[in-house]
Ligand binder design. Structure first.
Ligand code: 5GP
Ligand code: MG
Length: 184
């Protein structure tokens, strides 16, 4: 086992590295079936997407390009403010493109509902939403993912790109932090 400074802060593992790898391979295959010949643009939602997206585009051997946006409705807290801000906008025209939105977790749905509308307004030909994690119990917006890796319970999770106060993104699995990490 590799040494980890962060291990002591983890209460439990929800999704192991092996399960992540297996599921990402399945998602890559499913995307290939859907989008073969369409030269899709993979659009990652920063920063949480970065680990998942790197694995997903390699698990999916489509001819494609990649783009990123940064959106925030979270302010270093574990609850959403409900308002979405674009902090990094598109750097290219997406009109007529088949887009694959890559998100770390679909929670209230505020972020993706906003993003989907925005991309349709920009003229996207189609939008496929892929989220690694889905917390359907917390949804307040009428939005569903086309492909979801794992359903998770109503707990704040970290790892595989997901942070708490910008930390723990490099934990290689999905886990829950000990309560004292939040209070401390
Ligand atoms: P939504 O707009 O769907 O409520 O929230 C989406 C964003 O909130 C996600 O992209 C993610 O950045 C953040 N988020 C929601 N739940 C969690 C969680 O359990 N852990 C972490 N690290 N971020 C979360
Ligand atoms: Mg996110």
């Amino acid at each position: 086992m590799m040494k980890s400074e962060m291990e002591n802060d983890i209460l439990k593992v929800l999704v192991t590295e092996e399960d992540l790898q297996r599921r990402v391979a399945e998602l890559g295959e499913a995307l290939y079936q859907r989008l073969e010949g369409k030269n899709p643009l993979f659009l990652g939602v920063l920063k949480g997407c970065f680990v998942f997206m790197a694995d997903l585009v390699r698990a999916c051997q489509l001819k494609c390009d990649v783009e990123f946006m940064a959106l925030s409705s979270y302010r270093n807290a574990t609850v959403s403010s409900g308002k979405v801000e674009i902090s990094r906008d598109l750097h290219q025209d997406v009109a007529g493109r088949h887009l694959v939105i890559v998100e770390d977790i679909l929670d209230s749905g505020t972020t993706l509902a906003f993003l989907k509308d925005y991309l349709l307004f920009k003229g996207a030909a189609s939008i496929t939403i892929v989220t690694l994690l889905d917390k359907p119990s917390r949804r307040t917006k009428a939005i569903t993912a086309d492909l979801a890796g794992f359903e998770v319970p109503d707990e704040f999770v970290v790892g595989y790109g997901l942070d708490y106060c910008q930390q723990y993104r490099n934990v290689p699995y999905i886990g829950v932090l000990k309560p004292e990490v939040y209070s401390g």
